[in-house]
Write a protein that binds this ligand. Structure first.
Ligand SMILES: C[S@@+](CC[C@H](N)C(=O)[O-])C[C@H]1O[C@@H](n2cnc3c(N)ncnc32)[C@H](O)[C@@H]1O
Length: 402
């Protein structure tokens, strides 16, 4: 009775002895729980309640406490028990330290950075504690996407969360005190990521990266943002350079999109404070600026994050290289960088050799920390809108200069 594996076998199925659809049907009949419901508790790793819980306990002979422990669901009651009985855990736990000595030679180097080809976990194991000042991670989203590296992007939820915890713990170890850590993912996964990070780092922001064109899901709100978690190691960030952005104006006439009422004159000529919703980051669509077919983050996003959370000379680490956006921007901003990529690193190397991002980065630099970009000034002037001359702070600075 062995049919093909058509679902993820998480701990619940393992406990119930389910390895294929026939076994699922058999157990669900015994428990009087539908296949679909059993699969739901297995896939979502949600602890069952009520009748479902009662049937599972009866079938397995476990107590509720034992079932929780076997499922790896650690609630506060269990945490309290562990804290009261540490010897019990410590006696049975062997720390595993596997260091891959093949990973000592980078596959690509610049004067500021080193790129390793391999699993980020192996690469991180070779990095000393507290060595890096900022980490940006954009892992695969486990959405069954095709990666050139051939990684399995459709593992079970439990495996994905366990793997996430593994690489996050290594990141935390290599992050310097006061260092910043960013994790980019879909909101669903970042709810799990933040529950891991909350145990070790200090939460600063859940940044919503507004993204149009995401696919609608039936019976749900239309998704319009990716999540960027921002945490720091310790109480205070070692570096926080406030970033400012231009005012949002109409593309056609240049008029402001928000009403600043009588407060216009008090606006800062260096721009508006960046809010925790980024609405000005567009996906890389233009072929001229595209370095791979999918999963390439816009350089503008990395420009903002790296400028905000690090200074020149700081070390930036990104475990998931992809097309190398983080490394390119770090290099441009005179940061040191370390990277790893499990798949092909050709796109990254070509990108460094072509210097194809420089033009765009110069524009981004020019348009950062100003209230109006040159383009905005031009169109606003043409249509009779006010400009820098209206701002009290600007007028004061001009007077000082003269
Ligand atoms: C979402 S992409 C990153 C894209 C990148 N931020 C960019 O802008 O180009 C994730 C990358 O992580 C790589 N990857 C997946 N698992 C990895 C691992 N264990 N170690 C290192 N790289 C890994 C994949 O091959 C993929 O290129």
């Amino acid at each position: 009775m062995s049919s093909a594996k058509v679902f993820h076998i998480n701990n619940l199925f393992k406990i119930l002895g389910i390895h294929d659809t026939n076994e699922l049907t058999y157990v669900s009949r015994k428990l009087r729980i539908s296949n679909k419901e059993l699969q739901y508790y297995n896939d979502k790793m949600i602890f069952p309640t009520g009748k479902v819980l009662y049937s599972i306990l009866k079938y397995t002979g476990y107590t509720e406490f034992e079932l929780k422990v076997r499922l790896g669901i650690i609630d506060n009651k269990i945490i309290e028990w562990i804290a009261e009985n540490p010897e019990f855990i410590l006696k049975n736990y062997k720390e595993r330290k596997e260091i891959n000595s093949n990973l000592t030679k980078p596959i690509f180097e610049t004067s500021k950075g080193r790129l390793y080809m391999g699993d980020c976990l192996d690469v991180m194991r070779c990095i000393p504690d507290g060595h890096v000042n900022m980490i940006f991670a954009d892992p695969p989203f486990n959405l069954n996407k095709k990666y050139e590296s051939g990684i399995d992007d459709y593992i079970s939820e439990q495996e994905y969360i366990n793997w996430t915890e593994k690489w996050i713990l290594e990141c935390i170890r290599i992050l310097a005190p006061g260092g910043s850590m960013f994790v980019y993912n879909i909101p669903y996964w970042n709810t799990y990521t933040s529950s891991i990070l909350n145990k070790y780092l200090n939460f600063r922001h859940w940044i919503a990266i507004s993204m149009k064109g995401l696919i609608s899901v039936r019976n749900k709100l239309h998704p319009e943002h990716y999540s960027l978690l921002y945490y720091i190691k310790g109480d205070k960030p070692l570096v926080f350079n406030k970033q400012r952005i231009p005012m949002a104006t109409c593309r056609h006439c240049g008029g402001e999109l928000r009403d600043y009422g009588g407060k216009k004159k008090d606006l800062d000529p260096t721009g508006l404070s960046v809010p925790d919703i980024f609405t000005d980051i567009n996906p890389v669509r233009h072929e001229k600026y595209k370095n791979r077919q999918a999963n390439e983050l816009p350089v503008k996003l990395l420009y903002r994050i790296i400028s905000m959370a690090s200074n020149e000379g700081d070390i930036i680490f990104d475990p998931f290289g992809g097309s190398g956006t983080t490394y390119i921007v770090a290099e441009y901003l005179n940061r040191m960088w370390i990277g790893s990529e499990i798949g092909s690193v050709d796109d990254i190397i070509t990108r460094f050799n072509n210097k194809s991002d420089e033009e765009l980065l110069k524009i981004i630099e020019k348009d950062s920390n100003v209230l109006f970009t040159e383009k905005q000034i031009k169109i606003r002037k043409k249509n009779g809108f006010w400009g820098y001359e209206k701002l009290t702070k600007y007028k004061r600075e001009v007077c000082k200069e003269n």
